[in-house]
Design a protein around this ligand. Structure first.
Ligand SMILES: Cc1cc2nc3c(=O)[nH]c(=O)nc-3n(C[C@H](O)[C@H](O)[C@H](O)COP(=O)(O)OP(=O)(O)OC[C@H]3O[C@@H](n4cnc5c(N)ncnc54)[C@H](O)[C@@H]3O)c2cc1C
Length: 599
């Protein structure tokens, strides 16, 4: 197991090199945090990741949660970890002071989550879920619900969950059937089944608080009839006693990776005694839940980024120490060289950096838009940009992270395929990210079907302005003109392709419009990451132009420019072939009848 699971230097560089119209003009980004306070926060998060989460990374995978007598047992380190996260204020960090929080900017919260996910992805998810659930209670719950539930959740003693999925309602949440029957004011009897609920039960906490979607008896069909409920495993009664609430764990799922976190099936109301408390107004549950899901989608992207990052560091360490073969020009009897000297191995390392560092930059760009909008709600353009980029920030790291962690395995050769090294676990842990919080297909339809067309394409226009500004600024640095030109031409290509798809949609209908949405998302994602790489290359070139006394810093900035060059020569060009497919009038995915999928 590598000690170096992430680079603090790279994280700080990425956080501090945000560019574009909004980074300089608008107050609010990073609030009143100085580089010094940021350093302190990140260092404390790193220490926690290194000392508490990282040491149990392998064990949590080897000894996954088990269901025994209706209770899910997790790794013994989970309870003390959650207590520390609660006691030291990490769970409440993003909340207002009233709740013991620090109103921490989203950008910093993303950095913290990145560190935790890189240290141990499974371990990082417990508190992330509680934070999301606490935010929902704070935004939409009554004062009474807030007073009872938030303190123990924020202290890490109670676990929060997000309970949406049902056996017959996964991607299609409008079809969920879990029922809520009114009992008395704001109290309902809940009856139904949920599956795949992360941290849905475990013995690392004293209570589980489900933020659950259900349909009030007689509510309209579809998404318009879904309400949000708080459903505890144990109901707090008067004088602090806890009463069991008829939530049964039906199973704990056995997964490919991400094994340290329990994913459970739940049955509510088996004995007609499961009480849920309405959160917010009736039938607005899905809209409320989307608040949590949008944040959670960025978190999934950051989780994937964290895993890809630690896999890169593992493979880098190996490539520096593994000696195999000789340089082609060297004599046959010369010493074997470290494999990092082979161009093809450098390619594999470049690819991993291009993906993980590019993804980190994109999510921090989203964090910046989020912070500006939260501080000044009149900055609606930042909100639009955040909305447009969220499906990409979720999907690019997740889809490319699979390839990136697979490449990490390749760097190790045979050892990569065995459990002697952690990269096989990173590969397995990564795989879920394209599935949970909405699959890639669903993100793609969100991008093309909703975000791109919203307000007559205003978000796309704003993004174009941001990208062109970065390209214009980058031209001031010697050697970046070519990348800037390429980026500008690929943005023009994206516009052309978008118009072509819109025209096909007009002529042939919505099915045709969305048939290749996933490919469109892929193309969009590559261009957006190219934008981030040009921005980073420009920041690095500026530092070099200013003069960098330390050799290690000089190599760091030069390395950034090399990775940007790699991205443009090896990754961005893939957009050409994708655009050809997207421009194709004959759509095989629409044309082929289901019956042609013969055995
Ligand atoms: C490890 C793990 C943790 C999870 N944690 C949680 C959790 O905490 N809370 C929670 O509520 N859920 C959770 N989930 C559930 C997760 O969100 C769902 O698995 C996911 O939304 C997909 O739903 P599904 O599994 O029913 O797949 P399906 O909806 O059956 O999808 C199967 C395939 O069909 C595609 N598809 C479906 N509908 C369409 C369509 N209309 N157009 C095109 N393609 C389509 C999908 O993209 C996918 O490729 C978790 C899942 C996993 C694996």
């Amino acid at each position: 197991m590598t000690e170096k699971f992430m680079s603090m230097k790279n994280l700080k560089f990425t956080l501090h090199s945000r560019k574009g119209k909004y980074s300089s003009k608008t107050p609010g980004f990073l609030k009143d945090h100085t580089p010094k306070t940021i350093d302190m926060i990140l260092k404390a998060a790193f220490d926690l990741g290194k000392k508490v989460m990282h040491p149990m990374f392998e064990e949590m995978d080897r000894f996954p949660p088990v269901l025994e007598n209706g209770r899910v047992h997790v790794h013994e380190g989970v309870r003390p970890m959650l207590e520390t996260l609660g006691k030291d204020g990490w769970i409440s960090a993003g909340l207002p002071e009233k709740w013991g929080g620090e109103d921490m900017p989203a950008s910093l919260m993303h950095c913290i989550y990145f560190i935790f996910a890189a240290a141990n992805y499974s371990a990082s998810t417990f508190s992330g879920l509680t934070m999301g659930a606490a935010n929902l209670i704070l935004s939409f719950g009554t004062k009474e619900l807030q007073d009872v539930y938030l303190p123990p959740m924020l202290a890490g003693k109670w676990q929060g969950t997000m309970a949406l999925t049902e056996p017959e309602a996964g991607s299609s949440l409008g079809d969920l059937s879990c029922e809520a029957m009114p009992v008395e004011k704001e109290q309902y009897k809940i009856c139904g089944e949920k599956i795949f609920i992360s941290a849905g039960d475990h013995d690392g906490v004293d209570n589980i608080i489900h933020l659950m979607l259900a349909r009030i008896t007689g509510a309209p069909e579809g998404v318009k009839g879904i309400s949000l409920f708080l459903v505890p495993k144990f109901r707090p009664e008067s004088r602090g006693s806890l009463v069991e609430n008829d939530v049964t764990v039906t199973q704990v799922f056995h997964k490919l990776g991400y094994k340290g976190a329990p994913i459970t099936g739940l049955r509510m109301g088996e004995n007609d005694n499961c009480i849920g408390y309405l959160v917010g107004e009736e039938n607005k549950g899905l809209a409320y839940m989307f608040q949590m899901m949008n944040g959670a989608r960025l978190e999934v992207g950051m989780g994937a980024t964290g895993i890809a990052t630690t896999a890169y560091h593992s493979s880098l360490e190996y490539c520096r120490t593994r000696h195999q073969g000789r340089k082609i020009a060297e004599p046959k009897n010369s010493e074997q060289v470290a494999i990092i000297q082979h161009p093809d191995v450098k390619r594999m390392l470049l690819f991993q950096r291009a993906v993980s560092e590019g993804a980190l930059a994109l999510i921090l760009q989203c964090g910046m838009y989020e912070d500006i909008f939260t501080t000044d709600p009149s900055q609606t353009d930042c909100h639009l940009l955040l909305e447009l980029l969220t499906p990409i920030a979720k999907t690019y790291p997740s889809e490319m992270g699979i390839l990136s962690t697979s490449t990490a395995i390749q760097c190790f050769g045979g050892y990569g395929y065995c459990d002697d090294f952690p990269v096989e676990q990173h590969f397995r842990d990564m795989r879920v990210h394209t599935i949970h919080e909405g699959t890639t297909g669903i993100q793609a339809m969100d991008l093309l079907g909703r975000k791109v067309v919203a307000q007559n394409g205003r978000a796309l226009m704003l993004l174009k302005e941001e990208i062109l500004q970065t390209a214009g600024e980058a031209r001031h640095s010697a050697g970046l003109d070519d990348m800037a030109d390429q980026l500008v031409s690929y943005v023009a290509l994206l516009e052309q392709v978008t118009m072509k798809i819109a025209a096909m949609g007009k002529n042939k209908g919505m099915d045709a419009y969305l048939a290749n949405a996933t490919l469109y998302l892929e193309m969009f994602g590559i261009i957006v990451i190219a934008w981030q790489w040009l921005s980073m290359a420009h920041a690095a070139a500026t530092k070099l132009e200013q003069g960098v006394p330390k050799k290690t810093d000089q190599l760091f900035y030069e390395g950034k420019i090399h990775v940007a060059t790699y991205f443009y020569s090896h990754e961005l060009v893939r957009v050409n072939s994708i655009s050809m497919t997207l421009g194709c009038e004959t759509m095989v995915t629409l044309a082929i009848p289901e019956a042609c999928f013969t055995d």
